[in-house]
Every structure is written in C-alpha cells, then in structure tokens.
Design a protein around this ligand. Structure first.
Ligand SMILES: Nc1ncnc2c1ncn2[C@@H]1O[C@H](COP(=O)(O)OP(=O)(O)O)[C@@H](O)[C@H]1O
Ligand SMILES: [Mg+2]
Length: 240
C-alpha cells in the first residue's frame, strides 16, 4: 500500500519570491524507489530540497510516516573539490549529521562508516583527499555518506550523472539494498535505465507534475516529447 509513504500535497515552493514548484501533489511509495525525471530546470532538485527540508514551502504540505532526518546526497557539482577532507571523513559526516558535530564518533559509528564505504567499493580510498578522486569515486563516497546516516528516507540528486559504469553499478546496487532494508528512496535522474528500474516515477516540466505512476507508463516517448527514446538512446533528454 502506498498510504504510508511520503505524501506531497499541493506543494508550492521556490527561492525568495521565485516560485519553482506549482501546487505539486504526489505520493511516493514507502520502502520503494521513486525516480524524479524532467529536463534541466524542471524542478527536480527543488523537489528533493523540499523533501529534505532545505527548501521552504510557501504552500501545501509534505507528510512523512517517520520523523528521522532524511539523508540527502546532493548533486556532485554542488560539492567543492578543494575541501581538505579525506574520503573517510566525508562519509563520517553522515554520522556527525546524526550525533551533532560536537560529539566524538564512537567505534560503532566508524564501523558503520567503513561498512558503507565497502558497499560502494571505496574502502581502499579512505585516506585519499576528496578532491583527488575521480568523479565516479567521489560520487560513490557521497552516496556512502548518505547511507551512513541510516535514514528512513534517502534522497539522491543525479547519483549516476557523469560516472563510469563501475561506479554506476555499485550505486544502483546500493539503492536496491536500501530499498530491501525498507528505506524510501527518491532520486532525480537523467538515466533512463535507472528510472525504468524504479517502482514509481514522477515526470516534471516547468515545476509542474506532468505524470506519475509506474515508469513504463510515465516514460513513454510521447510523454517525454522526444523521439531519441524511441531510437533507443539510454539517456533522458536534459534539454527541451
Ligand atoms: N538557489 C536558487 N535560487 C534561485 N533559483 C534557483 C535556485 N536553485 C534553482 N533555481 C531555479 O529553479 C528552477 C528549477 O531548478 P532545479 O530545481 O535545480 O531544476 P532541475 O534540478 O530539474 O534541473 C530553475 O529555473 C533554477 O534556475
Ligand atoms: Mg538538479
């Protein structure tokens, strides 16, 4: 049943006086994966920000069955590559988000950090500085940080954009694993195969919901207005 998932009711939200999302309503299945798709600027990141609580609502409401803080893996290009921080400390920030930055992490926190790095196959990168990692390695470290929070709701902004096949495979497996653990997963993506694997799909355009439902009913060439899909291209249109 979807009754106990995340419920977005008539949400209007944006930045300052700029409204991006217009009375958007949707239901996201609990312990399922929801893919948010749409061209650049359609409001995908803003919607994730609304779910994360970092973008303020000017109307409507978001209902969640649980009260814990969501985990939010931001778009990779939003993370500075000059931060003088190691991969392991980057993942550990997921634990500090829970414990508070003034608390020392306990051995069990570090055990979770290391386990999450192993899942994403980045354990051997632990002492490396974030800025020295490849795009795919850094993205896996950021996903590991999200997992380390052990959230009930995990939000990921374009987790496979610009990463190599190996990184993508580990990220896809990690999302499957979180879902199997009962986590509600929401990701924004231009990756058609990843969107097709989701349980539920939201299609945005211009900050409005064009369609929602099972991916194969939402991601039709007509709905996307793009015949590249019919031609078998595996990436969703970024520009319209
Ligand atoms: N911090 C911000 N301040 C003002 N406008 C923003 C900000 N972030 C995004 N926008 C605008 O909101 C709209 C939707 O952006 P976004 O949610 O990032 O779309 P997407 O993730 O689908 O590319 C765009 O027009 C964008 O320029
Ligand atoms: Mg975005």
């Amino acid at each position: 049943m979807m009754d106990d998932g995340v419920v977005i009711r008539e949400v209007t939200a944006g930045y300052g006086r700029r409204t991006v999302l217009h009375r958007l309503s949707a239901r996201l299945p609990r312990a399922g994966v929801t893919a948010v798709v749409g061209p650049n600027g359609s409001g995908k990141s803003t919607l994730l920000g609304v779910l994360a609580g970092t973008v303020r609502l000017s109307g409507g409401a978001v209902g969640r069955p649980t009260t814990g803080r969501p985990g939010f893996v931001v778009q990779r290009d939003a993370v500075s590559d000059s931060l003088p921080i190691t991969a392991r400390d980057t993942v550990a920030m997921g634990r500090w988000a829970l414990r508070g930055p003034w608390r020392r992490l306990r051995p069990d926190d570090w055990a979770i950090v290391d386990a999450c790095m192993t899942v994403l196959d980045v354990a051997d990168l632990a002492p490396r500085r974030l800025g020295t990692l490849s795009g795919g390695q850094r993205q896996r470290v950021l996903v590991a940080q999200g997992l380390a929070q052990q959230p009930d709701l995990l939000l990921l902004d374009e987790p496979t954009t610009g990463v190599d096949a190996n990184a993508r495979q580990h990220i896809v497996a990690a999302l499957d694993r979180e879902k199997a653990r009962g986590v509600t997963v929401v990701h924004a993506t231009h990756d058609l195969d990843l969107a097709m694997r989701a349980d539920h799909c939201l299609l945005l355009d211009g900050g409005r919901l064009l369609a929602q439902g099972p991916p194969d009913s939402v991601l039709t060439p007509q709905a996307l207005g793009d015949d590249r899909l019919a031609a078998g291209e595996r990436s969703l249109p970024a520009e319209r």
